[in-house]
Design a protein. Structure first.
Length: 339
């Protein structure tokens, strides 16, 4: 098997992209095969690669690629999270699919339509710029039919109060792209976005405890990857700061699916992100998310359907991907670079 490595700027690590047609379909057999691949990656000095994209040409006439995301977890080579998705890895998968020949050569303006098997998302990846091994994208997360934003609330409530770190913590739990818990950083003692970006281990531990409380409230495993959590706060007109936890530490920016979820939450009346958006004058669905590693522009379209806002699509722009190379994956022997 050939594995292709691509890195989406702003992601915690590169993604290894694999041809799903060469892998088992049964989850148990699949995790055994992926454990071997992780062993191979570690032998090649690529053990930091914790994201896996399994792709194949789609048989559905609406899509170009079928995509399944697997998050490799720390604590053992055989530990994986099979739920959820990763937007950065979707863009890495498109880049690798072009290089491997699964897709034809891409040009500026081309759109690749991806069927996300993990959660049913439809993602359109539009090529904005091509430079050598680098591609720049705008990603559109498109709903086949409009979904009332209220249905995306994980508890049916715009805010939920959790007991964590010896205090009551208000969060908004919402799922769009991936499930997230959003908390106002000011309620955790953070005064401005510079302080948010400099906060260290104590603040990380506080967010981790809130996330664990959210897992318990939802009945989800605490050692899984979901829901993710992000602390947010207003910056200035049209801009909100965000700092998120990934696996296994701080996210250098915010996950692409996190930007999608935040963009959706901003358009969901009553949620914590919606309140912050009102503070910074965001009323049209366009917001600039400021993170420690750069800014991301997000737009969410939520027209009124039967008297309530309903999500139709979310776009995230200015996302760059570098292709790093291809490797022969031979679990019984060290991986060898191909190109």
């Amino acid at each position: 098997m050939i594995g292709h490595i691509a890195y989406a700027h702003g992601s915690p690590c590169p993604t290894v992209v694999l041809d799903a047609r060469q892998l088992p379909q049964d989850d148990r057999a699949l995790t055994e095969a992926l454990t071997d691949i992780r062993r191979c990656l570690r032998a090649a000095g690529e053990g930091h690669v914790l994201k896996m994209a399994l792709i194949r040409p789609s048989e559905h006439p609406m899509y170009d690629l079928d995509y399944r995301f697997v998050q490799a977890l720390p604590g053992g080579l055989d530990r994986f999270e099979l739920r959820g998705s990763c937007g950065h890895s979707i863009l890495s998968a498109v880049t690798a699919a072009e290089r491997s020949g699964m897709l034809g050569a891409l040009e500026v303006g081309d759109r690749v339509r991806v069927n996300v098997l993990n959660n049913g998302d439809s993602v359109v990846c539009e090529i904005d710029e091509i430079s050598g091994d680098e591609r720049e994208f705008t990603a559109y997360f498109v709903r086949p039919r409009a979904v009332p934003v209220a249905r995306l609330l994980l508890t049916g409530e715009v805010t939920t109060v959790l007991e964590a770190s010896g205090a009551r913590r208000e969060v908004s739990l919402i799922s769009s792209g991936n499930p997230y818990a959003f908390v106002d950083a000011r309620t955790l003692g953070i005064r401005d976005h510079s302080e948010l970006f400099m906060a260290g281990t104590e603040f990380f531990a506080t967010l981790a405890e809130i996330r664990a409380a959210a897992c318990a409230h939802l009945g989800w495993p605490a050692d899984g990857a979901f829901p993710k959590i992000a602390a947010i706060m207003p910056v200035e007109a049209g801009r909100i700061a965000a700092r998120a936890i990934s696996v296994p530490g701080w996210h250098p920016t915010i996950a692409l699916t996190g930007a999608v979820c935040l963009g959706t939450a901003i358009r969901t009346p009553g949620t914590i992100p919606w309140r912050l958006a009102q503070e910074v004058g965001c009323i049209d669905g366009l917001i600039d998310i400021v993170t420690p590693g750069g800014n991301t522009a997000v737009t969410a379209a939520t027209p009124d359907v039967a008297g309530e806002p309903a999500l139709t699509w979310v776009s995230v722009s200015r996302k760059r991907v570098d292709f790093h190379g291809s490797f022969a994956m031979q679990p019984s022997a060290p991986c060898t670079a191909r190109s």
